[in-house]
Design a protein around this ligand. Structure first.
Ligand SMILES: NC(=O)c1ccc[n+]([C@@H]2O[C@H](COP(=O)([O-])OP(=O)(O)OC[C@H]3O[C@@H](n4cnc5c(N)ncnc54)[C@H](OP(=O)(O)O)[C@@H]3O)[C@@H](O)[C@H]2O)c1
Length: 210
């Protein structure tokens, strides 16, 4: 499968490129800067220069699936949360629709539906992620919305807990990446939104029982 990863130079995005390649897919990594291209190549991916804040059609064209794993990060302000986490995601979803690609996976976040209980910039982040998720759900795409708890850089265990709502928890980025890739090929994960933390169930089994 030809899979585009937006945010490929990021921590989860890099793992996605590496794992997609290991599993026999053809990963394309969206990067914003020329000098980031070699990172993607070293991971086994094909770099594509594009910015979520402008036209991404050339990056999306010809793909079988698209993954949003980008994020403005906590060091930028609300304007970037709006421009990347919401508008950038919607821009990518619209390009996916325009090119007739069916499969889109969104790396969202736990507690997006409870934004009212949060405060300040984090509240805004959850609200804006929620708006991007809502747009995705309104499309005809075979979407999967993955909402992990706190991301860590620990080694993956391939064991998770999923559900509409799960308790507060953490999960290694490696297991988030594995869950996203498994979701590409598990029809039971299509048209689903679920929270995700580390747990006791193998990823494939967890997705079959969503
Ligand atoms: N941190 C957590 O605990 C947590 C929990 C739940 C969900 N999440 C979500 O998980 C996702 C991945 O998190 P992470 O920490 O692995 O990511 P990360 O390392 O912060 O990487 C984010 C990537 O997004 C890219 N990006 C930013 N603006 C862009 C734009 N305009 N166009 C294209 N790419 C752009 C960045 O590019 P550059 O490399 O060029 O800067 C970076 O490579 C995010 O969506 C985040 O909201 C995080």
């Amino acid at each position: 499968m030809k899979v585009l990863v937006a945010g490929a130079n990021g921590k989860t995005g890099s793992l996605l490129i590496q794992l997609l390649k290991e599993e026999g897919h053809e990963p394309y990594g969206m990067v914003r800067k020329e000098e980031q291209k070699s990172n993607i190549e070293q991971l086994g991916g094909i770099p594509v220069l594009a910015d979520l804040k402008s036209d991404v059609g050339h990056a999306v064209k010809g793909m079988d699936a698209v993954i949003f794993a980008a994020g403005s990060g906590s060091s930028t302000g609300p304007d970037q949360t709006e421009a990347v986490d919401r508008d950038g995601a919607i821009n990518l979803i619209k390009a996916t629709e325009n090119f007739g690609i069916k499969k889109f996976i969104m790396l969202s976040a736990m507690n997006v539906d409870e934004a009212d209980e949060a405060e300040g910039n984090f509240k805004l982040y959850l609200e804006l992620k929620g708006e991007a998720d809502e747009y995705l759900r309104s499309t005809e795409l075979d979407y999967t919305i993955v909402r992990p708890g706190g991301l860590t850089n620990e080694e993956g265990t391939s064991k998770v807990k999923v559900g509409d709502k799960v308790e507060k928890g953490e999960i290694p980025r490696a297991d988030v990446a594995k869950t996203i890739i498994s979701s590409l090929q598990e029809p039971n994960a299509y048209h689903k939104t679920f929270e995700l933390i580390s747990g006791d169930t193998q990823i494939e089994e967890a997705l079959k029982n969503l």
